[in-house]
Design a protein around this ligand. Structure first.
Ligand code: SF4
Length: 305
């Protein structure tokens, strides 16, 4: 059955001149069939450079919106349009406008995990892999409003020493990974390297050896001599890690690190997306034109790591 669906997807993909992009948190079988699987920065760059006419985005809504903004001439489809991101919903454009009124001189940096409307109100956009580089590129005398993730914001503040106002948003999946989970995993695997995503809570990050985006985790594990890694992020990344280091053991810091929205994509929904050209994700031009400015700045700043 699975082989039949995979064959069908390949045939439909060629017929429609489509490219399939999948986030590192997608189900294993979706990552495996994608033309490109990666983190938000890598996926945004792919979306902005592809020659395909159709982009099928296997991820959550803000990612498909980002692709639609960066590639306005392409058709962007999401197999499951209800896959949203609770963090992205934690700030509205109206709330950001109010914040800007309180700090009229500040620059706004928004995490890519935000709505198109919030991006349109922002000066710069960033992902977890280039947030430090983006903030470091801004004039030193400028205060920065960072939205919506307080945990990534605090990480950037510590790395850059910048004056930042943090919006109190968070990832509802990463905060489920508790300090005690990491301590317990460390007790069982005392020689393991602990890698944590900057979206984790501060006590979890305190316990980590390395703070890395998912793309950076893959590069780090590939270059490391260690053979055991405790991984504090969404568990979908374990599949990609095992592919780049088949000789190593990757231990999830917590089995609660599962993003239900990322798991909504299925092979059957992917077939339906290609067969029926559904579900198209569009962004109103007046919002997209403003949001594109902050997103283009984001894809231009690729950190050297
Ligand atoms: S893992 Fe967190 S930030 Fe990522 S899509 Fe899920 S809820 Fe949003």
């Amino acid at each position: 059955m699975t082989t039949k669906l995979l064959d069908k997807i390949q045939a439909l993909k060629t017929q429609c001149n489509a490219v399939i992009l999948a986030h590192n948190y997608q189900p294993d079988e979706i990552q495996d069939l994608a033309d490109f699987a990666g983190d938000s920065l890598g996926l945004s760059i792919q979306a902005s450079q592809t020659d395909a006419e159709v982009i099928v985005f296997c991820g959550v809504r803000f990612m498909a919106e980002t692709a639609a903004i960066l590639s306005p001439d392409k058709k962007v489809l999401m197999p499951e349009p209800k896959a949203g991101c609770p963090m992205a919903d934690m700030i509205t454009a109206g709330q950001l406008r109010d914040l800007k009124q309180q700090y009229p001189e500040a620059l706004v940096v928004c995490y890519v995990n935000s709505s198109a409307e919030v991006k349109a109100e922002s000066d710069y956009c960033c992902t977890s892999s280039n947030a430090v580089a983006v903030v470091n590129s801004l004039p030193a005398d400028k205060q920065i409003l960072f939205v919506p993730d307080q945990h990534l914001g605090r990480f950037v503040q510590e790395r850059t020493g910048r004056d930042m106002v943090l919006w109190p948003g968070y990832c509802s999946t990463h905060v489920l990974i508790a300090e005690n989970d990491v301590k317990e995993a460390r007790r069982r695997y005392p020689n393991a390297v602990v890698m944590a995503h900057p979206e984790c809570s501060e006590p979890v990050k305190e316990l980590a050896d390395e703070l890395l985006s998912t793309g950076q985790m893959l590069k780090f594990a590939q270059a490391s001599r260690a053979t055991e890694f405790i991984v504090a992020t969404e568990i979908g990344i374990l599949h990609a890690l095992e592919k780049v280091r088949p000789d190593a053991e990757f231990i999830p810091a917590s089995i609660r690190g599962v993003c239900p929205n990322m798991k909504k994509t299925t092979l059957a929904k992917l077939v339906a997306a290609l067969e029926n050209m559904q579900y198209e994700i569009t962004v109103p031009p007046e919002i997209a034109d403003k949001a594109r400015r902050s997103l283009e700045r984001m894809v231009e700043i690729v950190p050297k790591d």
